[in-house]
Design a protein around this ligand. Structure first.
Ligand code: MEV
Length: 309
């Protein structure tokens, strides 16, 4: 019997959601305080899964577990029953349907655990490909940003499927706050596509502005310009509103964060529910923002910190 283990963090998009769908860059960060963990043990019997959602045979897992089932099968690389299966235990504190990368993180943890149990060491690109298979089962045609970000240790610059690590000139302290409204990424992506058809000028203006803000943010992160980055985030929130992916709960939380001294705040991910991301001055200010956002109605909030690198 061989055992393998895997872990991946939550993720948040700093800049570039929606414009990334049209080939522009995006910047994502791991949320270091939440993660998904998996342990896999080889077995001579059929594969099984134990998670908060389901306990039982992989072959009879419900539809909700499709990404996990895809991840296990992809990492096993074979359906040959003679080779036996794996027993996978999954444990995650990343909430689902909040745009914080839950499905990709679970898939990444599972892929690592199962491959390791099978004695296979994956390169980062092989791991990405397997996680992306699981993401396709969950979301249709994802950009690949989540699959890259949940395996990263710092900010990443993502463009057309490739990643670069971004240098960080001053520590970044951020807060992710849940609006309590389920994110509707697929619907939001479709509505942006509809806007492209119905009002091409509005669409083009907002998408180019978001693309330029993403490039500006990369420079501000590397220069350690926290105030400038805050302004860039506020501007992006407005342009995402023009694209039609904002909502009142997200506006309310972003306004509350700014009133509590955040240099900037914006919706993050698909929008239409999901989370906001707020910038803080230091770790104490981040903790204060968590408290203020909870008081403003966020059912949950998490901090994430990026060191100079
Ligand atoms: C969703 O987290 C981010 C979007 O840009 C969609 C995608 O990148 O697949 C809205």
């Amino acid at each position: 019997v061989r055992t393998g283990r895997g872990r991946a963090t939550g993720k948040v998009i700093l800049l570039g959601e929606h414009s990334v769908v049209y080939g522009h860059p995006a910047i994502a960060l791991p949320i270091t305080s939440i993660s998904a963990r998996a342990e896999a043990t080889t077995t001579t019997q059929a594969s099984r899964v134990d998670s908060a959602l389901f306990h039982g045979l992989l072959s009879s897992a419900p539809d909700r577990l499709r990404p996990t089932v895809t991840a296990v099968r992809a990492a096993l690389g074979t359906d040959d029953p003679a080779l036996g299966g794996v027993h996978v235990r999954i444990d995650s504190d990343i909430p689902s349907e909040r745009g914080v990368g839950s499905s990709a993180a679970v898939a990444a943890a599972v892929v690592s655990a199962v491959s390791q149990a099978r004695g296979r060491t994956l390169t980062p690109d092989e791991r990405f490909d397997l996680v992306q298979d699981a993401e396709r089962a969950a979301h249709g045609s994802p950009s690949g940003l989540d699959a890259r970000a949940v395996c990263a240790s710092g900010p990443i610059w993502f463009r057309r499927g490739t990643v670069e690590h971004i240098s960080v000139g001053a520590p970044l302290h951020l807060v992710v706050a849940d609006s309590g409204v389920r994110g509707r990424t697929r619907e939001a992506v479709e509505s942006v596509r509809a806007l492209k058809q119905s009002s091409p000028a509005v669409f083009d203006h907002a998408i180019s502005a978001l693309s330029a803000l993403t490039t500006r943010a990369r420079i501000q992160i590397s220069d350690g310009d926290v105030e400038g980055l805050g302004t860039t985030m506020d501007d992006a929130h407005r342009h995402l509103g023009v694209l039609g992916v904002g909502d009142r709960a997200l506006d309310h939380l972003a306004t509350a964060a700014r009133a509590a001294g955040a240099p900037g705040a914006k919706l993050t991910g698909g929008g239409r529910g999901g989370c906001i991301l707020a910038l803080a001055h230091d770790p104490d200010h981040a903790a204060e923002l968590v408290a203020r956002l909870r008081t403003a109605g966020a059912p949950a909030a998490w901090t994430t910190h990026m060191e100079i690198a």
